[in-house]
Structure formats: C-alpha cells, structure tokens
Ligand binder design. Sequence first.
Ligand code: FES
Length: 141
Amino acid sequence: MERKAFLKTLGAGAAFALTFPCVQGCSKEDGPGLPVPTGVDFTIDLTSSEGAMLANNGDFILKNEVVVVKNLEGNFIAASQICSHQQTDQVRFIEDEGGIFSCSTHGSRFSQTGAPLNAITNNPLKIFNTELNGDILRVFD
Ligand code: FES
C-alpha cells in the first residue's frame, strides 16, 4: 500500500499525528506526563522467580515503575522508569558505555547516577536507593 493510501485509511487526524508528531515543538506538555514514582519502598527476594531475573550482570526488571538493575559490576541500582524528558515509561538499562539508562521515546541517555548524557534533556533521571540484606533487595526513596 502506498503511503498516501495508508494515511488515508487512518483518517486525517491519525495521519496528521503520525506525520507531525511535534509540529509546534516538543514540550513537556506533549508527553503523556506520567508521574515519576515517589514514596517507593519495596523488596525483591532474590531467591524468588522475580529475583531470578536479576541473576546476571546487566539484567533488569521493571517493578512499580522502577527499573531495578544488576549492573555490569554486579551491583544493584534502581532508577525511575518514567523519563525525566517527557515522562513516558520507556526508560530501560542498556549495556552501552559500561551500563546506562536509556529512554527509547526520544533517545535520552543517563548515567547510573541519573546525569543526562546527551542534549535531549537537562533533567536528571530519578535514582532510588538500594540495600541488600542477605537475599532481600530493598529499593526505596
Ligand atoms: S520521553 Fe523523551 S527521551 Fe524519554
């Protein structure tokens, strides 16, 4: 199907949205504006099936809108799954540059301390505390 025909099948509104996603410039108001998690305090039993998904360096899970990571050195770290750019929930851990957080929505990248690594945003990514007691990993504000 040709592009024009494809867009026609979507209807004018959808075609406009697909063609001009940031026609007046992307701003915070254009994003879904999901709230950055606050008051976070949960635990993960590393011997559970959930915890098993954090067995290897570089593994991460998403829980309560937090990205919980076993970084490439084997330390547990955690960051907001909600991006500091336009508040989508697309933040993940990737193994580039020794391990960083990255948001696929517009390409923001953040260090493990939440510092922005490119010009997409100047807003730091929220980082949470982690504490390991035996096999119990606590993630908290
Ligand atoms: S919402 Fe824009 S990079 Fe994450």
